[in-house]
Structure formats: structure tokens, C-alpha cells
Design a protein around this ligand. Structure first.
Ligand code: DAH
Length: 339
């Protein structure tokens, strides 16, 4: 028996030393020391020994077990250190490797146009006024002198929440909010989103953008309106661009006009951008109606003013020759990356 024990001691030591992986080592532990291991099997034979032999064999088997455990333990430390070294070697950081490209976002063409417009107006002394997209029917229509039966008020044109609240159909509602909270002189622009019950197609979107302008002071005349818009147009589209004021009707201005600019693409000869006419319509404007001033508590005998509102989506599309308004809202990187 002693011989067998010493044999196990020897072969276990040998095999453990030769093992190459932690898994191999664990298999050897089970092979020799496990419940059904070789050492255990031999110890089962202890019962057959004489009383005198037993303590001696007990001592030897304990020594063999301790020895195997020691060898296992030190081999395990060696293998673990090897594994760690290997891991460190394989995960070494190569600082010379090219970095992953960082993708930088692009400003949306609409926002570029907004920023450009805002810069120009700020340069002309305007302040930016903001208003909510959900507004009262009073601010959107009533206070703007729009008659009860005006077509734009119908439920087929306007998104209503209830009789008194709707999504604003134009940024003109900010005129009312501004005149009710500030005293003249007033000189503001108001960029923002508007909503109309429109079928989505190449030129219409139920959500679109406008830039409103409002100037109120003593002795403001139509000449000031023409001068201001002409300045804006020249700075935005180019110094050689001409403006044309065509009579029009808006409930909140009197007189009212629509403004065309000479085509910045063909210089007025006629091309695809201007539909062959040489002119491009860009906005509505006029002298603020006395009813609107009075409704906002501004003395229409003392003060006068002008207002204008332009469609920013349309201007963006013209400027960048984007054919379909839907491209502006689809967030396709292939479009955005071009600007
Ligand atoms: N609110 C008008 C529209 O949405 C545009 C407009 C016309 C704004 C004349 C004005 C204005 O301030 O004076 O069609």
C-alpha cells in the first residue's frame, strides 16, 4: 500500500508539473484527490490493514495528499500568472493605430437659412421674440382682425384642440403677444414652426416654418417697410436683387402686399427656379391694421407699424434648389451632408 501511495505521489507530481492549462490542472485534481480519485480509492483499503499498520499508512497518505495539494497550488499560481501575462500581451494598446473617425453633425439647411436671416435682422436692430406653437384662437385669428368666416379658420385648414386653442397657422400670433407685453418702439422678428391641415406633397407640409417681422413706432410708413425688406433681400440673396411689391390682402394689414424678388438664379431672364417668370414670391407684408393696434392697447393715432411674414421652407428650397419639401423633414443624411 505504501508503495502504491508513493507511486501516486510520483505520477501526480509529474503530471501536474507537465500540465499546461488551468483546466488540465483541475482535471488532475479530480483524478487524484476527487471523491472517486485514485488516492481516495486506495484509502478505502485502509480497513483491511492491521492496527499497527494503520497509523503509519494514515501518516503516509496524509503526507501524499498534502504534497499533491502543494504541487497543485504552486502550479496553479504559475498557470494563472501565465494566463494574465498572455492576456496583457494580447491586449496591449497600440497607440499608433489610427483613431476611429468621429462623425461630426451637419447643420440642417433650414437652420442655416434661419441663422442667416436672424443674423441679418439682428444687424438691422431687430430682437428675436418667441411664441408657442400651440396658441389661442384669439392670438392666431381674432386679435389679428381675421373675420369669423375667413377660410383659414375652418377645421379643414387649422388643427384645433378645442374652440379656443389651436396649432398656430402662422407666426403672426407672436405679433399679438409682443404688442400686448411690450411698449413701442417695437422691432422684432419671430422665427418658428407653423401648422396647417395640408396634404403632404412636394410643395406642402402640414408642418412648416415662417419668419415673422414686426416694427411699431411713431411715424413708421410704407417707405420704411419697403426699405427694410429691400435691405434684407439684398443681404440675403445678393446686392443686385430687385424687389417688387404687389398689392394683396391680409386681414391684419392695410395696405397689404406680397413681395417678389428678381430670380437670384437667372437674374430675371426666366429659368426653372423662377418658373420662367424671372420673379420669385417670398413673403407677405403690410402696414399693421389700426384694429390690430387698438386690440393690443396701442394708440393707432400715435403709432403705426409694418409687419411681414415669410415662408422659410420655400426660401430654403429655392436657395439650395431642393425640389421636394419632404426632403427637408426626412432626415436623410445624404441630403443633410450636402450642405
Ligand atoms: N401670416 C401670413 C401668412 O401666413 C403672412 C403675413 C402676411 C405675415 C402679411 C405678416 C403680414 O406679418 O403683414 O400667409
Amino acid at each position: 500500500m505504501k508503495e502504491k501511495l508513493l507511486q501516486i505521489r510520483e505520477s501526480a507530481t509529474e503530471m501536474i508539473e507537465a500540465s499546461k492549462t488551468l483546466q488540465e490542472l483541475e482535471d488532475l485534481r479530480i483524478k487524484f484527490l476527487g471523491k472517486k480519485g485514485e488516492l481516495t480509492e486506495i484509502l478505502k483499503g485502509m480497513g483491511k490493514l492491521s492496527k499497527e499498520e494503520r497509523p503509519e499508512m494514515g501518516k503516509v497518505s496524509n503526507e501524499v495528499r498534502d504534497h499533491i495539494e502543494d504541487v497543485l497550488k504552486s502550479k496553479k499560481e504559475v498557470l494563472e500568472a501565465d494566463a494574465l501575462n498572455e492576456k496583457l500581451r494580447s491586449e496591449v494598446l497600440d497607440v499608433t493605430m489610427p483613431a476611429k473617425p468621429v462623425s461630426v453633425g451637419h447643420k440642417h439647411p433650414l437652420m442655416k437659412v434661419f441663422d442667416e436671416m436672424i443674423d441679418i435682422f439682428i444687424g438691422m436692430g431687430y430682437k428675436v421674440a418667441e411664441g408657442p406653437e400651440v396658441d389661442t384662437v384669439y392670438n392666431v385669428f381674432d386679435a389679428l382682425n381675421s373675420p369669423e368666416d375667413h377660410p383659414s379658420r375652418s377645421t379643414s385648414d387649422t388643427f384645433y384642440f378645442n374652440d379656443d386653442v389651436c396649432l398656430r397657422t402662422h407666426t403672426s400670433s407672436v405679433q399679438i403677444r409682443t404688442m400686448k407685453t411690450r411698449k413701442p418702439p417695437i422691432k422684432v422678428i419671430s422665427p418658428g414652426r407653423c401648422f396647417r391641415f395640408d396634404e403632404l406633397d412636394a410643395t406642402h407640409s402640414p408642418m412648416f416654418h415662417q419668419m415673422e417681422g414686426l416694427v411699431i413706432d411713431e411715424n413708421v410708413t410704407m417707405a420704411d417697410l419697403k426699405g427694410a425688406l429691400d435691405q434684407f433681400v439684398k443681404r440675403f440673396f445678393g446686392q443686385n436683387i430687385k424687389t417688387k411689391f404687389r398689392p394683396h390682402h391680409f386681414p391684419f394689414t392695410e395696405p397689404s402686399a406680397e413681395v417678389d424678388v428678381s430670380c437670384f438664379k437667372c437674374g430675371g431672364v426666366g429659368c426653372k427656379v423662377c418658373g420662367g417668370t424671372g420673379w420669385i414670391e417670398i413673403l407677405g407684408c403690410g402696414m399693421v391694421h389700426p384694429n390690430v393696434l387698438e386690440e393690443c392697447g396701442i394708440d393707432s393715432e400715435k403709432y403705426s407699424g409694418f409687419a411681414f411674414g415669410m415662408g422659410v421652407d420655400r426660401i430654403t428650397m429655392l436657395k439650395y434648389e431642393i425640389e421636394d419639401i419632404r426632403y427637408l423633414f426626412e432626415n436623410d443624411m445624404r441630403l443633410i451632408e450636402q450642405f
